[in-house]
Design a protein around this ligand. Sequence first.
Ligand SMILES: Nc1nc2c(ncn2[C@@H]2O[C@H](COP(=O)(O)OP(=O)(O)OP(=O)(O)O)[C@@H](O)[C@H]2O)c(=O)[nH]1
Ligand SMILES: [Mg+2]
Length: 298
Amino acid sequence: MDGYRSGFACFVGRPNAGKSTLTNALVGTKIAITSSKPQTTRHTIRGIVHRSDGQLILVDTPGLHRPRTLLGQRLNDLVRETWSEVDVVGFCVPADQKVGPGDKFIAAELEKIAKRTPVVGIVTKTDLVSQQQVAEQLLALQNVMDFADLIPVSAQDGFQVDTLSDLLLGKLPEGPPLYPDGELTDEPEQTLVAELIREAALEGVRDELPHSIAVVVEEMLPREGRDDLLDVHANVFVERPSQKAIILGHRGERLKQVGITARRHIEKLLGTRVYLDLHIKIAKDWQRDPKQLRRLGF
Ligand SMILES: Nc1nc2c(ncn2[C@@H]2O[C@H](COP(=O)(O)OP(=O)(O)OP(=O)(O)O)[C@@H](O)[C@H]2O)c(=O)[nH]1
Ligand SMILES: [Mg+2]
């Protein structure tokens, strides 16, 4: 295994910069949920890229932001902890958004926490703008901090995703594989399933509601006497009765739709048929309550 490299990388950037979508594109499978709502990612999830010349482990983290709740603080702590542990960092800025104070803030934090870690500057979502705008964004990004490399990519159409993989792998130390061949993530199935339900629930909700949704899978069991059907029981938590009404929708239509979408994705992930039993529960102000945060896995 001469020259074989292995190690950890993570993407940093403001919420919604495209970190999880890029992680999925590199891994080649959807292991992290994505949405247009900020702070979609709430856990660190490891995705593994297997190559003949090395193993690149991507740690997907929430976007660093100014926290307004205890949950927000916990998420930021998680991000900082990850930064201090990885071999290389990818700094993501979307091509269609101005480089701004949020990015400077992240650069300053990186400087504090991961001073010696090489940082690759990445302009994401290049499919949304012209080549001229991509070039301008690369220039703007250059002013944010010192980068080891700069690269534009699009996770959507695959532009330069392999090149980015080469680039990140090149910054890893030489070493043996850290995960078994073929393993794409070390996330437990139950967590992946809960995340797919949350992703479906996020679709079409606005304002504060996305932040208020949490999902816990209570039980996942093969149906007795059948090996082709899995029973999944899950609770969708919101913070207030008014939010419960929104998630339910008129005569429960919305929740039904969420169930159908989530079930489709879960079946694809697990390769088995699924019966999904969803319930909505109210956990009052859970984002600010240490006890409830613990119960919900934060
Ligand atoms: N057009 C286009 N859209 C993208 C691309 N990458 C991500 N997006 C969209 O941008 C939005 C945010 O993507 P995510 O991957 O969830 O962003 P994130 O940085 O992980 O966000 P947080 O987890 O909230 O910090 C989603 O609606 C994605 O579909 C891309 O290459 N092209
Ligand atoms: Mg994310």
